[in-house]
Structures are given as C-alpha cells and as structure tokens.
Design a protein around this ligand. Structure first.
Ligand code: USQ
Length: 412
C-alpha cells in the first residue's frame, strides 16, 4: 500500500513509519519538522539523541533496504503544496499526525493557544479539503485522543466514539439515536481534537471520505521492534514539563533521583497504551477501512487504565525515589474513575502489552543511559491552565539534586 504519513518525524509518526515500512508498505513522510523547532523554542531536547530526518531515512535504508520519501510541507499553511503532493503521489492511505500534541504547551500563553488551534484545525481541514478536491479515495487515519470524552464516567464504560441516546418525541414516545459521545475537552489541545471530530463527521457524510479516528490514551515506552534495530533509529523521548507524558516522566525522574512529580492528589485515572501496541493498532486499523458513505470509524486505542498516584507509588517502590505531591497546574478533577471499551482492537487481534511486563526496566535503562542529557530545571510543569491555577503554583518546591549521581537506580 502507498501511505503518506503526515507528522512522520514525531513521537508516534516515526515508529509508525518504520513499522509500516517493515511490513512492506511504500511510505512518504510529510512533515514541517515543527516538533524540532518547538524543542528549540522551549530550550529542551529529547532524552534520546535524534538524528536529522534525512539521516534517519538513510540509516533505515541501510538497515532494512527500504526507501522512505520525505516532503518538507507545512500541512496547516501550505495547502497548494499539499494538494500537489497528493495529486502526484496518490496515496492509498494517509496517516494524519501533523498536529501539536501537548496539552501543557497548548495552555502556555495566548500565543500558544492560538498556534495550537490554528495549526491543528487548519491541518485537518486542509487535508480533508485536498482529498476531496484531488478526488483521491485514500483511507484517512487520524490520531485523536481519549481526552475528547473527558475522563469522568457516570458509571458506564466509555463507548468507542458513539453513544446511543433515547430522544423523547412530541407525542411522548421515544426514538433511539446514535450520537458522537459528548465532547468534554480538558485543554485547548484536546479541544482541537473535538473540533476534528466534527470535520470528519461532515466530510464523511458529504463527500464519502473514508475516515478512521483513533482515540488514543497516554503512550508510554519509546522503543519498538524497528527503532531497536539501530542506535540512530531511536525514537524521541520527551521528559520536560510540557511534552513529557506522565509515565515516561516518572521513569526518567526515578533514573536521576528526582522526586516523582504527582499533580494534586494523583487521583486522576487515565488510559494508557505502549508505543509498540500503538503502531500495531495503526496496522490493524489500516487493514479495516470503512467504506465510502460509512460514518467515521472510531476506535479507543488504549489497553489499560491507571491512577496516577498508583503509578508513582509503584515506581517509587521499584526505585526508592520518593513521590512529591505538587500543586496541580491543570484544571482537572482531582479524582476520577475511568472505564473504557476497547473491544474493536481486541477483536481484530491486538494482544496488549501491559505495564508489568518488564518494559519499564527497558525504559529505565534508556533513562540511565542518557541521563547526562537531562536538564532537571526542565522537569517542572510551568504551564498553568488559568489564573487560579497559576496562583496555586507559586509555592516553590525545593528539590536537592546535589546527590543525583548516587541516587540513580539500578534495576539489574
Ligand atoms: N501528571 C502528573 N505529573 C506529571 C505529568 C502529568 O501528575 O509530571 C498528570 C496530569 O496532571 C494528568 C495526567 O498525569 O492528570 C496525564 O498527563 P500527561 O501529560 O501524561 O497526558 P496528557 O496531557 O493528557 O496528554 C497526553 C498526550 C496527548 C494525548 C493524551 C491522551 O500528550 O497527545 O492525546 O495523552 S489522554 O490523556 O488520554 O487524553
């Protein structure tokens, strides 16, 4: 299959590219390298050293024999170039990861809010518009988020995208309808993914586009079978307060003896998936496209749920690094339960990797290997959600890292 991977230089895009290339698909990466520019803006770097996209592609060709195309296009801004690329290359499928994906970054300032909305919504709209205009019947797979639902349940499991509701009619009888699960975003970033859902609904109905939206949980891990094949194929690993996701952050914190940064009570429950499962899900979704005229197919791309403080306590027990309960910069519920349906991927053959299968040891090894690249000053989350949260964060938490080298963990 010919696959265009928009955002193929990113945290999911790169391992997805290698996974699908290894399966024999013909891939072109489309990327504006914005994630690398954001590192520069924030003054941080991936824990793992990343080569240029051109160098990564060269190494992959040496290792696998497979060629990857690369187009430097800003999907949100360069509509005509995107259209020209699609017209020339005519992909069978398009994977859309070309969006700003960090909630804290999206809440940093008014500029970051505008950037996230403009970038993310325009990227989706440009892509949908271009697919219609060029008359390319490609299956579009979009990386969405579990965060479109919000995280609280009313006791019922969160379904895969659609909710059956009974509508009371004028004569008192009721009619059943299936609607998109009510959107309840917790950040500007998550809100853009809610807006995406409406764009998909419209284009699938109006133009018969074949669209799959993957509502993914928090990804943990960094390696996949393909990124392990060469040092220079290594995936990025974000640990900073804006882009680092919670479990990966706790693991690098443990590796340098930095008290684990739990926000609030840590009673937040979230959905998780390992990065190897994430790329496997993409493979499964690609094999099962919706038909033209069908509504957007929605999968919950997650494999387990965990409470944040349970994760912190588990890692603390493994490593003897203490847990630190900090004022929460986010405007989110202190405590929530979360039950999620994910039957579709399980039915298609996904065999989930769970948290206890030793992959945490591998991550700790990665963290230990590159810990000289960690700037502890970049660990705190400094993006408050609103003025009230900003005021609550003024409490300074003193952390003594002078003993850092001795506190590193040994999992051997
Ligand atoms: N948290 C801490 N301590 C930290 C970092 C985070 O307690 O040091 C807490 C947060 O307050 C939040 C939870 O952990 O309650 C998750 O935070 P996160 O940064 O790991 O994940 P999130 O901001 O929700 O975003 C990530 C990805 C995003 C994806 C989303 C899936 O960056 O692209 O859409 O996970 S989901 O969370 O299911 O919406």
């Amino acid at each position: 299959m010919r696959i265009a991977i928009l955002g193929g230089d990113g945290f999911i895009g790169w391992p997805a590219t290698l996974h699908l290339s290894a399966l024999g698909h013909e891939i072109t990466i489309v990327d504006n390298l914005s994630r690398r520019w954001i590192d520069t803006e924030l003054g941080v770097q991936s824990l793992t050293p990343m080569d240029s996209i051109q160098e990564r592609i060269r190494i992959w060709r040496d290792v696998s024999g497979a060629s990857l195309g690369f187009e430097l296009i800003n999907v949100a801004d360069e509509y005509e170039r995107l259209k020209a690329f699609l017209t020339n290359w005519r992909p069978d499928a398009v994977l859309h990861f070309a969006q700003q994906r960090a909630a804290p970054y999206s809440m940093k300032s008014d500029r970051h809010k505008n950037y996230t909305v403009n970038n993310n919504v325009n990227a989706t709209q440009n892509l949908l518009n271009a697919l219609v205009e060029t008359d390319i019947d490609a299956h579009l797979l979009h990386m969405g988020t579990m965060g479109v639902y919000g995280y609280s349940t009313v006791g019922a499991a969160i379904p895969e995208g659609y909710l059956s509701v009974d509508v009371t009619l004028e004569d008192g009888s009721s009619a059943e309808q299936e609607i998109l699960y009510p959107a309840n975003p917790g950040s500007i970033y998550h809100m853009t993914k809610c807006l995406d859902q409406l764009l998909f609904q419209f284009y699938a109905r109006n133009d018969g586009l074949r669209i799959t939206d993957l509502h993914q949980g928090i990804v943990w891990g960094t390696h996949t079978d393909q990124t392990r094949r060469h040092d220079q194929l290594i995936n990025r690993f974000d640990y900073d307060g804006d882009y680092g996701t919670v479990l990966n952050r706790f693991l690098i914190q443990a590796a340098i003896g930095y008290p684990l940064t739990v926000h609030g009570t840590g009673g937040q429950t979230r959905a998780f998936i390992h990065i190897q499962d994430s790329v496997r899900c993409l493979e499964l979704a690609l094999q099962n496209p919706p038909s033209a005229g069908e509504r957007t197919k929605i999968y919950n791309q997650m494999t387990e749920t965990h409470r944040i403080r349970d994760l912190a306590e588990m890692i603390s027990e493994m490593t003897d690094v203490p847990v630190s309960y900090l004022p929460n910069p986010r405007n989110e519920a202190d405590e929530n339960d979360l039950v999620v349906k994910n039957d579709q991927f399980l039915d298609l053959g996904l065999n989930p990797i769970t948290l206890r299968e030793g992959l945490m040891d591998e991550l700790l090894d990665v963290a230990r290997r590159y810990k000289h690249r960690i700037d502890p000053g970049r660990i705190p989350c400094n993006s408050p959600w609103n003025r009230e949260r900003a005021a609550g964060m003024n409490r300074v938490v003193e952390v003594d890292l002078s003993e850092t080298p001795d506190k590193s963990v040994s999992m051997d």
